[in-house]
Design a protein around this ligand. Structure first.
Ligand SMILES: Cc1cc2nc3c(=O)[nH]c(=O)nc-3n(C[C@H](O)[C@H](O)[C@H](O)COP(=O)(O)OP(=O)(O)OC[C@H]3O[C@@H](n4cnc5c(N)ncnc54)[C@H](O)[C@@H]3O)c2cc1C
Length: 303
């Protein structure tokens, strides 16, 4: 929504949101608060669970009806699946996983992408004549602002899409037992890496996060070792975070981790290795053992 609002402000467009699902009307106000002028609501029991064939058809029909200039998706798992299908169906191009999106001086829609684990960054534009522009953006890269006084229009849509469009059928859905971690929206993230040494180390990291009202993040190494769930992973293959404070404990600072947290306002790194790469990205570096440093930090915070 933040990206959509900023593009519409730059180029004088209308921000529209699409909500597809069952019992999803409750989300329309929130989308308006975040900047939607208009919300297209497709609500039916049929859409309860995500199905790429059915959802593609719904969006194709809406795109054909309303002819949008740009279609934006947050780059999360189901939309990464949906966006390229929709692009193929509409016969257009797609720029995926962009970190920024704006109109340049010539009014050309320009996406900035970070690739190869943060080693390269570049600008990407669509070929002439490509329309609509389909772009997926990493969540949290461009935050909007919420205003409960904003008003907008909600339009019910009944697109011509149904069971006949589905080649696969969902028989049942299992919910993950673990609770969802609101990493992307957190103001304070305390992350642990291989230096945490095991699940015990993560208890200490959790204690510091609790003290700061923050959430726990992790490097991929810690996740792969089974010390903490994937829902906590920060980085290229995990969440992108942009907190006010990011505390990295026992994390070396590999580019694949950095790409997920480099836009944090303040970075504090705790690492035993004086020359760990993470210190290059830190505002405050503590060379030390996290098992000594974290209890001292908690003690100070208690005071
Ligand atoms: C395609 C691909 C995608 C990837 N995606 C991600 C991703 O999304 N997120 C991610 O994080 N990684 C990702 N990686 C992995 C990444 O390359 C690194 O391997 C990983 O980030 C390293 O994790 P780490 O820093 O915890 O471990 P290490 O690199 O082993 O670093 C551990 C650090 O802890 C320090 N340390 C040890 N003991 C202590 C102690 N007691 N107190 C304080 N410090 C201590 C050490 O000095 C060291 O710097 C990806 C890799 C690939 C190839």
């Amino acid at each position: 929504m933040g990206t959509a609002v900023s593009l519409a402000t730059e180029n004088g467009g209308t921000v529209c949101a699409v909500v597809v699902g069952s019992e999803v009307k409750k989300y329309t106000d929130e989308l308006i608060y975040w900047g939607a002028d208009r919300v297209y609501l497709v609500e039916d029991q049929l859409f309860e669970n995500y199905n790429n064939e059915l959802y593609t058809k719904v969006l194709q029909k809406l795109a054909e009806k309303y002819d949008p200039e740009i279609i934006l998706f947050g780059s999360v798992f189901d939309r990464r699946d949906l966006a390229p299908r929709l692009a193929a169906r509409l016969g257009t191009g797609i720029i995926s996983e962009c970190n920024d999106l704006y109109y340049d001086e010539d009014k050309t829609l320009t996406a900035e992408k970070i690739s190869f684990g943060g080693r390269f960054s570049g600008k990407v534009v669509f070929a002439d004549g490509t329309r609509p522009y389909i772009v997926t953006a990493r969540p949290g890269v461009l935050r909007g602002s919420r205003d409960v006084n904003r008003t907008g229009e909600v339009i019910m849509e009944v697109p011509d899409a149904g069971p006949q469009d589905m080649m696969t059928q969902i028989r049942s859905v299992a919910q993950a037992a673990k609770k969802v971690v609101a990493l992307s929206d957190a103001d304070i993230v305390v992350s642990g890496g291989k230096g945490a040494g095991g699940p015990e180390g993560f208890k200490l990291i959790q204690a510091l996060a609790d003290k700061l009202n923050g959430v726990v993040g992790a490097s991929r190494m810690a996740v792969d070792l089974g010390w903490i769930g994937y829902e906590h992973q920060v980085g290229q293959a995990g969440a992108t975070v942009k907190p006010k404070i990011y505390i990295a404990c026992g994390i070396s600072g590999a580019s694949q981790h950095i790409v997920g947290m480099w836009e944090s306002d303040i970075v504090i790194a705790i690492n035993t290795h004086r020359y760990a790469a993470i210190f290059n990205f830190a505002d405050y570096g503590i060379v030390g053992d996290m098992f000594e440093v974290i209890p001292k930090l908690i003690e100070e915070l208690d005071k």
